[in-house]
Design a protein around this ligand. Sequence first.
Ligand code: FES
Length: 102
Amino acid sequence: MGETKVATIQDLQPGASLCVEVDGKKIALFNVDGKYYAIDDTCTHVGGSLSEGEVSSTSVTCPWHGAQFDLETGNVLRAPAQQEVNCYKVLVEGDDIKIETP
Ligand code: FES
């Protein structure tokens, strides 16, 4: 288990999202009204970038074919994706945003 600094709070204002890389893996980071979420950036359908998707409440819609994922669990909320994405714990220490990865 490791913590990796991926951004600062200045990089990610409320309503914003970012694609960051940890150990060669792309992770989508979201700030939804001051609460941070991190899930795999790559949609399990055919690879759309979820950090470019539209966020509504605690879900994100893939920009490619509209699959929807829960930001809190990574679960699929709407097809065509069938498989969930990994979900990561986000830690804020001072100005730093860190992601905990296994
Ligand atoms: S790539 Fe995400 S819905 Fe198709």
